[in-house]
Write a protein that binds this ligand. Structure first.
Ligand code: SAM
Ligand code: SF4
Length: 354
């Protein structure tokens, strides 16, 4: 039996089905790919724009932004969220570009927070434009924030991010902790980081209950130069091992991060092997770009023009059928996905929605 047969080998049971790989009973119209993976996590980009210019994300010459008319409106995004939660999406991550620079984000988050099918709304942000009041943040019902922070040294932060915003990012770090929202940090293992800076960043987890994660750099810097990551997840784990007494935390099926407890630390440290792609077998995620294109994989192409369907007068049911079909074609892993688009994937992460 091949993978497609396996995925379709579902046990019909009173409008519920059970996948060939999981004993979990899931609603009949849930998203399952041809490898039997249940897709319940959507990463939704709400803007291509950003106030920073991180060297690994944006080329120096900048990126070509789409006209506003091509970007989904808040009303369209709210409809998309409803369509996807009816298809079993229960975790939603808002990303960008920088999501907090799009006007109306707080109101939008408040408006979808009552959706009973959503177990959690998460946001990835550079933190520099976070709302200034804890009440404001709490009203948005955010279950967790991933804060990107690429250095804790002011000069280095400016060299990497293109702006002198370390203080704002560190204020956001403290502010999120104070607000009681679950906090994880992301640091891209970019060419500017050396071992001592990595350890300085890891130290954020010493007294704070936060997951500090280091992400392998991926070929999404928006330029076509040949790409070679400087540091791998394994290099960083070896570095942790030399500095600390670490114990691996058992990994959830669809988690991208390998996390470690450290003796004497309140938080945890870890790595995300985004370039090595060692976690694809448990992938439960899909993405929608700010202009409404569905992507099954960061490394793959756009598989469905949802904006066109929304604006073409299609009803939710028709759109859902197209989504079910597009998601069923999700490829086995990021290597297969990048082979399919043939060219080197060099689009800026700010356009894809990281
Ligand atoms: N602006 C927000 C931020 O920086 O958190 C959200 C968008 S950003 C594209 C989402 C995540 O993608 C960030 O954690 C960023 O560090 C990561 N990212 C961007 N370019 C990357 C690359 N080339 N390789 C690995 N991660 C990258
Ligand atoms: Fe902006 Fe985030 Fe890209 Fe940095 S990583 S340039 S903050 S979108």
């Amino acid at each position: 039996m091949d993978n497609i047969d396996l995925a379709h080998n579902v046990l019909k049971h009173n409008g519920l089905k059970q996948t060939a790989f999981s004993s979990e009973i899931i609603p009949d119209n849930s998203l399952i790919d041809s490898h039997g993976r249940i897709i319940d996590y959507l990463r939704l980009s709400v803007t291509e724009r950003c106030n920073l210019r991180c060297s690994y994300c944006m080329p120096e010459e900048g990126i070509r932004l789409k006209p506003r008319s091509e970007i989904l409106t808040w009303e369209e995004i709210a409809r998309v969220v409803g369509i996807f939660t009816d298809l079993g999406i229960s975790r939603l991550r808002i990303t960008g570009g920088e999501p907090f620079i799009r006007k109306g984000l707080p109101r939008f988050l408040e408006s979808i927070s009552g959706n009973p099918k959503l177990k959690g709304i998460f946001v990835t942000t550079n933190g520099t434009e976070l709302p200034k009041s804890i009440n404001g943040l709490q009203r948005m019902n955010i279950a967790g924030i991933n804060l990107s922070i690429d250095s804790v040294s002011p000069d280095l932060y400016r060299r990497i991010a293109g702006k002198n915003k370390l203080d704002s990012a560190l204020n956001a770090f403290q502010f999120i902790l104070d607000s009681g929202i679950r906090l994880k940090t992301n640091t891209v293992l970019n060419k500017f980081l050396n071992e001592s800076e990595i350890i300085k960043i890891a130290e954020l987890a010493r007294t704070n209950p936060v997951d500090v994660r280091f992400i392998e750099e991926m070929p999404f810097g928006g330029n076509s130069n040949s790409f070679k990551p400087k540091l791998s997840a394994d290099d960083v784990i070896n570095l942790f091992d030399r500095h600390y007494n670490i114990t691996p935390v058992s990994r959830k099926d669809n988690s991208t991060a390998a996390l470690y407890k450290v003796d004497g630390f309140a938080g945890r440290i870890g790595v995300i092997a985004g370039y090595s792609r060692t976690f694809c077998s448990g992938c439960n995620r899909i993405r929608i770009t700010a202009d409404g294109q569905l992507k099954n994989c960061l490394y793959g192409g756009r598989v469905l023009d949802i904006r066109n369907l929304l604006r073409g007068g299609h009803d939710d049911c028709e759109i859902q059928n197209s989504i079910i079909e597009a998601v069923s074609g999700k490829l086995e892993d990021g290597f297969a996905a990048s082979r399919q688009i043939k060219s080197h994937p060099s689009e800026s992460m700010s356009l894809i929605g990281g």
